[in-house]
Ligand binder design. Structure first.
Ligand SMILES: Nc1nc2c(c(=O)[nH]1)N[C@H]1C(S)=C(S)[C@@H](COP(=O)(O)OP(=O)(O)OC[C@H]3O[C@@H](n4cnc5c(=O)[nH]c(N)nc54)[C@H](O)[C@@H]3O)O[C@H]1N2
Ligand SMILES: Nc1nc2c(c(=O)[nH]1)N[C@H]1C(S)=C(S)[C@@H](COP(=O)(O)OP(=O)(O)OC[C@H]3O[C@@H](n4cnc5c(=O)[nH]c(N)nc54)[C@H](O)[C@@H]3O)O[C@H]1N2
Ligand SMILES: [Mo]
Length: 759
């Protein structure tokens, strides 16, 4: 078995700890982001680039999927968007000499942070079978090699095509078409580990697996509940929207096991008062809930609404299905069970109940704190019950707001990146391109790992991302990756998935969002869809990091031509060089994209239709919005153990580590920390500043260990602990996934503490 991945350099494992902060952004954030950007790009390039972020003639920020306001500020970016841009627009380069100097075995000993810091990838590289080093390869030879390995498979289902959510609509559409022309629906994506639970719950209950609110709705809401989300770090531009909502009179409630600085107060760096003043208080009521207690909380709220006769009877009668069963169960909700699951005082739940009954228009926002639990799908269904009860779907100022992660993860799904595509989509695709697409469901991310482990996947192809670091059970996953014949990564930066490989491996470098994309037929642009269903153009302006780099779209199309042969009827050459031709086809296949080429050129783009939001039509099996009955469950934690959530620091983008600080939480210079409530720490004998190993416990009895973590006494909710991902992915069992969505339970890992075994 492969040696365990070195996840950070020992020298970085001495974090300093000070008191957590109580406000986000402000002047330190501006300074921090500009310093990081200037380090990577130099001062002039920094300014020229950052001024183009999220502007109508510029590029979409490669950071998060939060939408842009109609009239963006001159600088419509945030601290962490600036870091994402700097990471991509860096002047540092990884060239052939770098690979000649570093055997792959050496690179596999480096931390992910070190790998990412080496700079942008510049030319296609091949690691041949038995070779110790990557060596340069031409594009044509690289494509021929992939074709050879694909043709050697017994079945197209022996290949898996992963997508990370930065891929443009155009590239994503071409990519899924290629996979389906080949004959497989094996299209796992990062969404499987992210908002899949939201998609599952929303599709079933409302008929559309996406959020139902726009920015304007947020500005009009009476009550905004933010549950399981840390926008101060992960969606900083959302704080401006919350600030505006607040000024318009909204009450903001945050539900979180951690007091997150960004939700407490916000110093808007785009206004003078935000740079120097105390900022705006955002959260009016903070419910410090236990990990996994949200289902119980929303059930309790639903009981309160029913008992206080707060139901919107007309809405329920006209638009909903299944109310009686739901009502019978919700009225029986047991208070003691709620208190045990949430760890909240009943008075706080009642206080929120009063706010709910007072509010006409309610929005619930959520992210990974709700989606990455075993009972994530029922939890989100219960959120939907909560909103339906008072008619809070399909009217201004109200609705569901799953806040998406990667900047185009929602668009990729719209373009057909999905292992379980619906028949309507496949029918339209088949009609447009004159073929019969495969109907059998493909593999999601977790099932792909199982199939690789069991020798059923010969070729693993990744459009972006960092599969081995982002997925659970690192040792199992790395062994599974090494079990493939060929692994291919289309990437901007070096990462761990390039050095834990199949028998053969290819790195195909590509253009990023910030880069100019010029084909033989002239300048091209791409499009993306944000978290609120708004589609718009994105144009990079920077000189690409190396001559001859191909866009993601061009790579897919040239590969497809090589694999499928000259007689394949899809005009891959046109698609590769003139994205308008690709958009014309998307317009005929994907609902809402009619006249795509014209609409995408409008300033600000266009909004996709959304039945529940626009007309209160619910394309579900019953034709109505479905209430659901969800047993009240919460994670069980044996005595002497804690439930660990794995989350993001302020200086990272998923597996990309920008730096070693987590400013708002008071952590500096290291990432191997575990945050524990002082009362739990005392019971377990964990001194602040002491070092321990984290040991995962799971029914398969396998010992999963993450060595050498510094204990930090921190105000987390009792019974829970927190540590950073991806270092803690070694602890997440592959088979510990959410019911229905199959999303790894990254926010609920039972751990015990063992003596420190050293770095
Ligand atoms: N700068 C930056 N931006 C990013 C990313 C990044 O890594 N860096 N990642 C992007 C991606 S792909 C995504 S999906 C999003 C992720 O955005 P988030 O979901 O905000 O990311 P996490 O760090 O996982 O934070 C989870 C939050 O939920 C809370 N939480 C955990 N468990 C529970 C629970 O059981 N109940 C409740 N109520 N709360 C809980 C945690 O305390 C924490 O505040 O951000 C996107 N944006
Ligand atoms: N334990 C734990 N595990 C988790 C999570 C968690 O909270 N806890 N969160 C999960 C979530 S929400 C997600 S979304 C996944 C993320 O999983 P992934 O999306 O697979 O991971 P990233 O770290 O975002 O991928 C970073 C890599 O993408 C490449 N890249 C960046 N920009 C581009 C581009 O424009 N084009 C191309 N082709 N490549 C590019 C770079 O090479 C970079 O190294 O991780 C999941 N894993
Ligand atoms: Mo995500």
């Amino acid at each position: 078995m492969a040696k365990q991945a070195p996840q950070s350099d020992p020298a970085q494992d001495a974090p300093e700890v000070s008191a957590p902060q109580h406000a986000a952004a402000g002047l330190p954030a501006v300074g921090h982001s500009l310093r990081m950007a200037a380090e990577q790009m130099g001062a002039r390039r920094t300014l020229a680039t950052l001024l183009k972020v999220n502007q109508q003639d510029g590029f979409d920020c490669p950071g998060c999927a939060w939408p842009e306001p109609d009239k963006p500020h001159t600088a419509e970016f945030c601290e962490n968007g600036a870091k994402a841009v700097a990471e991509e627009a860096t002047e540092r380069r990884v060239r052939a000499e770098f690979f000649a100097a570093h055997p792959v075995a050496d690179l596999a000993e480096r931390s992910g942070y070190w790998l990412g810091q080496q700079g942008r990838l510049t030319q296609p590289m091949l690691l041949d079978e038995g070779a110790t080093h990557y060596t340069p390869v031409s594009w044509d030879d690289a494509f021929a090699l992939v074709a050879e390995e694909l043709k050697a498979l017994d079945t197209p289902d022996g290949a898996a095509f992963y997508t990370s959510g930065r891929t443009s609509n155009e590239a994503a559409f071409a990519y899924q078409l290629f996979a389906r022309r080949l004959g497989t629906n094996n299209l796992p994506d990062c969404s499987n580990m992210c908002h899949e639970s939201s998609g599952s719950a929303l599709t079933e209950t409302l008929g559309v697996g996406k959020g139902s609110v726009s920015l304007k709705d947020l500005y009009q809401a009476d009550l905004i509940i933010v549950a399981g989300q840390n926008p101060g770090t992960n969606h900083p531009r959302m704080l401006s929207a919350l600030e505006r909502a607040k000024r318009a009179g909204a009450t903001i409630v945050s539900v979180n096991p951690l007091p997150e600085a960004g939700l407490e107060r916000f110093k808007n760096p785009q206004h003078a008062r935000g740079l120097v003043g105390h900022g705006t208080k955002l959260t009016d009521l903070f419910l410090q809930i236990r990990l996994g207690g949200d289902l119980a909380l929303f059930r309790a709220l639903n009981r309160i609404v029913l008992e206080q006769d707060g139901v919107d009877r007309d809405f329920v009668a006209e638009h909903c299905y299944g109310f009686e069963e739901f009502e019978a169960q919700a009225r029986r909700t047991d208070r003691a069970e709620v208190l045990a699951a949430t760890g909240l005082p009943w008075e706080q739940i009642e206080e929120l109940g009063r706010l709910v009954l007072k509010s006409e228009k309610i929005i619930v926002c959520w992210a990974m704190g709700l989606t990455q639990h075993k009972h994530a799908v029922p939890t989100i269904r219960e959120v939907v019950n909560f909103l339906l009860l008072r008619g809070n779907v399909g009217r201004p100022g109200a609705g569901v707001c799953p806040v998406r992660g990667h900047s185009n993860v929602q668009g990729d799904r719209t373009m057909g990146i999905f292992e379980r595509p619906g028949d309507a989509f496949l029918d339209a695709l088949g009609r447009e391109f004159g073929f019969e697409p495969p109907r059998e469901h493909g593999l999601d991310s977790v099932d792909t790992i199982r199939a690789m482990r069991d020798g059923r996947i010969g070729v693993f192809f990744a459009m972006g991302g960092n599969f081995v670091a982002a997925t659970p059970d690192t040792e199992v996953t790395e062994a599974a990756m090494r079990n493939c014949r060929l692994t291919v990564h289309v990437s901007t930066k070096l990462n761990r998935s390039h050095v834990v490989t199949g028998a053969r491996a290819l790195i195909l470098p590509t253009l990023g969002r910030t880069d100019r994309d010029v084909s033989a037929r002239g300048a091209q642009f791409v499009s993306v869809e944000d978290s609120m269903g708004q589609v718009h153009a994105s144009r990079g302006g920077l000189r690409p990091p190396a001559p001859g780099l191909l866009s993601e779209t061009a790579i897919v199309c040239r590969l497809a031509r090589t694999v499928l042969g000259p007689r394949d009827t899809v005009p891959w050459e046109d698609f590769a060089t003139d994205y308008d031709t690709l958009r014309d086809r998307i317009a005929r296949v994907v609902p809402g994209f009619e006249d795509f080429n014209e609409k995408v050129r409008r300033p600000g783009g266009f909004t996709l239709p959304h039945g529940p939001r626009d007309t209160r039509t619910f394309p579900t099996a019953t034709g109505k919005a479905n209430f659901s009955v969800n047993p009240l469950t919460a994670p069980e934690v044996p005595p002497g153990r804690l439930l660990l959530q794995t989350l993001r620091s302020h200086d990272q983008y998923n597996t990309t580590i920008y730096g070693l600080d987590d400013r708002y939480r008071g952590i500096k210079g290291g990432r191997r920390v575990v945050l524990v409530n002082p009362a739990d720490a005392e019971e377990l004998g964990l001194t602040d500043g002491g070092y321990v190993d984290l040991v995962g416990e799971w029914s398969d009895g396998v010992e999963r260990r993450a060595p050498h973590f510094r204990v930090v006494h921190y105000p987390v909710a009792r019974g829970g602990a927190a540590a950073y991902y991806p270092e803690t992915n070694v602890l997440v069992p592959l088979d510990s996934t959410a019911d229905i969505s199959n999303t790894p339970t990254s926010k609920a890992v039972v751990i015990r503490f063992a003596p420190d075994s050293g770095a």
